[in-house]
Write a protein that binds this ligand. Sequence first.
Ligand SMILES: [Fe+2]
Ligand SMILES: [Fe+2]
Length: 139
Amino acid sequence: MGLDKKYETGILWQDTQHRQLIDLMEKLSDSNAREADPKMFTYTTAFLAMYVTHHFNLEAQYMTTYEYPDREFHLKEHTKYIAMVKEFRRDHTSFSVEGSVFLEKNILKWILDHIMDNDQKLGEFIRIEERKRILAQER
Ligand SMILES: [Fe+2]
Ligand SMILES: [Fe+2]
């Protein structure tokens, strides 16, 4: 389990949270979840939804602070994803093979694609902005 190096943005909090999100999704799509405590699935999907919101809020805060030019588009993507996760929770209250397949093909795939594109761009932007600020302080 974990996050392939190619998904790293180089921003510590962002990489840590991405790793946790992927771990949660892998835990949910794991067929062992069927035999485990049935409540585990509901708790984990609830936690995933909460964690996604928390993570997106933090990215949004950075976008505002550093006046990220692609902010609006990035936020729209987040909104779409929150709706997808919400729908998933509504349709899947316990483990099923269909749910597991949907999770991997949609929920997990979406976030990996989002990290590879939007989040890496954001991460790079944050790195540059933070560097600028450090340099300005040293002057
Ligand atoms: Fe992210
Ligand atoms: Fe994002």
